[in-house]
Design a protein around this ligand. Sequence first.
Ligand code: APR
Length: 183
Amino acid sequence: MSIEIIRGDITTLRIDAIVNAANETLLGGGGVDGAIHRAAGPQLLAACRDIPEVRPGVRCPTGAARLTPGFKLPARWVIHTVGPVWRGGDHDEPALLASCHRNALSLARAQGIDGIAFPAISCGVYGYPRDAAAGVALAVLAEEQHRLHTPHRIVLCAFDAGMAEAWQRAATRLHVEVADTLS
Ligand code: APR
């Protein structure tokens, strides 16, 4: 399994699956959610509406993940996950954020997805501090590195340099080998 940290717009990536930082309704929003829906086209919203609610207004609980096609995106699949809203760090935020990454990877394995790109889940509107979120994400990837059948290519796609550097610091801290594609 190779791990890359890149800077860019996740909606442009030619990769099997991109992960969406959604909300529990799965009916779109701003940030990367808005960008993915705009790039995928209206069929994505229709596909999300078809995902059954697990309780009123909730199609994907925080920490869970759901799969849809990518429609007009270059990526074949979108794995929607809902990160925790940062509330200071003692409301299970690290465990919930780790679940987002684990559940996205387990959906990817089940679907035979070979390449997957993650945005910085919860690091925008949901206010998760970057370095803390980066440590959670890299710790999950470190675990996954030793599993069979995990996607062979994992990309961490930062929209800005600050997030890319936070992931890089976490990879160094946790001794996770990362392909150097940022240079
Ligand atoms: N490509 C890659 N990353 C992006 C893109 C993009 N096109 N657009 C935004 N980002 C980055 C942001 O810079 C941030 O680092 O994605 C990260 C996550 O930020 P948000 O999109 O705000 O997601 P999040 O913090 O998880 O909040 C989710 O925002 O858009 C709504 O419906 C969404 O309610 C949900 C909430």
